[in-house]
Design a protein around this ligand. Sequence first.
Ligand SMILES: [Zn+2]
Length: 645
Amino acid sequence: MSASINASELLQQHFGFSQFRPGQQQTIEHLLTGRSAAAIFPTGSGKSLCYQLPAMVLPHLTLVISPLLALMQDQLAFLHNKGIAAASIDSTQNFEQAKQVMQQVRAGQIKVLMISVERLKNERFRQFISQVPISLLVVDEAHCISEWGHNFRPDYLKLPHYCQSLNIPQVLLLTATATPAVIEDMAAKFQIAPECITTTGFYRSNLDLSVVAVSPQQRSDYLARYLDKARGQAAIVYVTQQQTAEQVAGQLQQQGHQVSAYHAGMDSDRRQQIQQQFMAGQLHCIVATIAFGMGIDKADIRHVLHYDLPKSVENYSQEIGRAGRDGNLSHCVVLANLSNRAVLENFIFGDTPEPASIRHVLDDIAQAGSQWELMDRQLSSASNIRPLPLRTLLVYLEMAGLIEAKYSYFAEVKFKLLVTEEQLINRFSGERQGFVTALLQACQKARIWWQVDFDALYQVYGSERSRALAALDYFAELGLIELQTKQMTEVYGVAQPLPALQPLLEQLSQQFADKERSEVARIDNLLGLLQTPDCVSHALASYFGDHAAPTACGHCSACRGRAVSLPEPPPLAIADDSQLSAWLAPLKQALQEQQLAYSPRLGARYLSALPSPWLTKLKASKMIGYGQQAQQPFLALEQALYKLT
Ligand SMILES: [Zn+2]
């Protein structure tokens, strides 16, 4: 029986579909003939089926790496509905629930297991999963693995390594947005042959794309008039910041539109409610930050407007991709101007760690001996590296073989007794009673909260931390105590002997500098696309390597002869040296008091109001110079500060 007949039959039998959607069959056939594959399909075009069907035929487990809990739950519900044994191990489960899933996986009762990439950082989980035969590793949102992708997640970089060490013979990469460079990068990391990469088109004939030059002052009037004409039709307006979402939604409400803001600052119940009202057509328009849209499947969204510039071509493509899923004509409009460009770019410069900061981390590791323990927040604050770039740095160090993640634990374990000490002890008998007694004796007792001293427990009773933690979890479950765990501590093994640190420092600084340049280029690419004199649809498809799109779509602003050329706002002069020095004075003084080193980059972050752990620590936002030069291009400002020192 050939693979294709097999695949079609399975499709009908288990999923009740009579036909594959574009790209699905090729991808599934590659997998069924034992090869690795990649599927680059637009959102909503059936990527998941590409692993769901093979998972039923492959002899062992299919392990799916998924970036979002909500996506996992949707896919699990679908699989259960089709009668496929699937489960996840995730952060919403307690110890017992996770243990039960692990038992089922070990017994071969589960065909599909979904986890987040962070789960693999846990040495115990790695030990467990290394004993389970796995047929296929699926990486959802696989562009996260590429540093040149728009949503790089450092921990994804380690997946090829895990894949090898777990002896997983086949891989499937899934993504909706990947440029040719990103596809090449991720395919190379998993040795996927070019003929096993399937890309379906990015061109959407029912999307009318417009770019309109509108000044910041005219934007809200333009939007109000536009929505007046579109009354009763579903629309999403994208903005960059939460307060803009509130502001714009408020204005539109006053003008009688049924509209709501939507952003990550709202609580999840409220967000849920807004989503439901929008799905049901009770709300016509949502003014949202990019938090809106993941997992939204409303077929008849007629308008997607960008009030602020999208962050990248990838973001633009994903966001307009939510319009017109029903195939009917829908309009996508960008209200474009360059006034915000410096602000967009500056976010990038807030993230690059300085060489001295990287040096701090390297020295910390060098002093640790063979085992390095770190608490994210403390290290971030001590080294002045923001949490996400710090994650990236740690992964770079793992890739360079300097450190290896082992496990993590809570440094501080406190509990409050909800029964008396005797009652707790008397729940148990024999050896267990002895253990519970020793555990309680080994605590530092305050009036309400008791803190466990694991060393003392080991000294007097010889029992390990893990047993004590398991016991406390159990007490908490029985309602005997209230348990509080704090300060996640990560433990890494350190390579012995250490490699030379200076070359490593130079290599890492270079890596971060390259990354910074590629992020800035992302904004240039977007501005190039929006101002293309030719066809916008064509330029968008070409960006993603789809050369099958028509060269003139006939339904974009450029094809209508209205290509825009955005005027550069007049350059603002950087403040003069004496003004800059006056603004920097309180920062420099505070740094000196804390014995922290000043650098022009830190000064530029302060004047641009960019987040930075040291600035937070020094409460710099209360100082006179904070954010005074936020509209300036960062590099020019940094240059001016170099001359100043
Ligand atoms: Zn066109």
